[in-house]
Design a protein around this ligand. Structure first.
Ligand code: 1HE
Length: 276
């Protein structure tokens, strides 16, 4: 059964702003949220060069008024990973360049301009898991399962998993997944930190759009700090991290928008932190 985007009145992003979007990708706008969809369901959204280049172009060409992006996949699976039919004829140098091209593309996701919410379902395997790991928030439907079949196919991850997955699940668990070809289900993935939200089948996109809408209401400066400053602090030396954090805190709280939001709260107009 094909998954369709069901939310109301999507409009296509202005054509001139997305010059390279191939037919295997689609984009829509919901206010300040863009939705990008992998549309190669007949090949289980296996990622070929055209799609990876298309994703890179999409994330680089986002209109200025887009504040968050939802990434999802059409069909029964989020993504079956690398299109294996493109792998057979590459020599070593071409293999290095291919992996580097994924790194460049996914850098535009992880370290682009706006936060990305990935909505997962069905197979999230190999390069599909690498793509999901580059997003900032992951919503998994109950049908989701995760695997790294590279280990059993005689190849190795090449889309950044060696860096991004140990942050989520640790080196040891990633080693075990690759060595044994183990598959984790949606509940296990949620428990070990692969997803942040676990929802019923068919509910992922609505949840993703809701979360992206919340993210889009943050100030750009705070989202910048969360996306670009926090991970650098977390992976750097603590002494530099404390200094960087102090500077970032001072910069953020000095902005007019932060002052207005704090004033709103103190004058009883701001939102309270609510449970749930
Ligand atoms: C593909 C691919 C693919 C499906 N490349 N063509 N990824 C994998 O090792 C996962 C390989 N795929 C699968 O294990 C299964 O396809 C699924 C479990 C994801 C889905 O199963 P199913 O029964 O729904 O679909 P299917 O019948 O296996 O596949 C439908 C079609 O998609 C079929 O082609 P057709 O022409 O016979 O219709 C499949 O060949 C095709 N297809 N997956 C190419 N991956 C940067 S490095 C990253 C390294 C990796 O990602 S390695 C992991 C690759």
């Amino acid at each position: 059964m094909a998954r369709k985007i069901k939310t109301e009145k999507p409009t296509r992003l202005a054509a001139g702003l997305l010059p390279f979007l191939p037919p295997s990708l689609a984009a829509e706008r919901h206010g300040a949220v863009a939705i990008v969809t992998l549309k190669r369901a007949q090949k289980r959204n296996a990622l070929n060069d055209t799609m990876v280049e298309g994703l890179a172009a999409f994330f680089q060409a986002l209109p200025k008024d887009i504040k968050a992006v939802v990434l999802n996949g059409e069909g029964e699976h989020f993504s079956a990973g690398l299109d294996l039919s493109e792998l057979t004829e590459r020599n070593t140098a071409e293999g290095v360049e291919h992996s580097a091209s994924w790194h460049r593309a996914f850098q535009h996701i992880e370290f682009g301009r706006v936060p990305i919410v990935a909505v997962l379902h069905g197979a999230v395997v190999g390069g599909g898991l690498e793509l999901a790991a580059a997003a900032h928030v992951r919503v998994a439907e109950k049908s989701t399962y995760y695997a790294l079949p590279e280990g059993t196919r005689g190849i190795y991850v090449g889309g950044g998993a060696s860096v991004r997955l140990p942050r989520l699940i640790g080196v040891s668990r990633m080693q075990e997944m690759m060595l044994t070809g183990r598959t984790y289900g949606a509940e296990e993935g949620q428990a070990m930190g692969l997803s942040h939200h676990l929802v019923a089948d068919g509910k992922g996109l609505a949840k993703g759009i809701e979360l992206a809408g919340r993210i889009a209401e943050n100030t750009s400066l705070t989202n910048f700090a969360i996306m670009h400053v926090l991970p650098r602090i977390a992976e750097g030396d603590p002494a530099s991290g404390y200094v960087t954090e102090s500077l970032m805190a001072a910069i953020a709280q000095g902005s007019d928008e932060a002052k207005a939001r704090l004033k709103d709260f103190l004058e009883k107009r701001g939102k309270k932190v609510l449970r749930g």
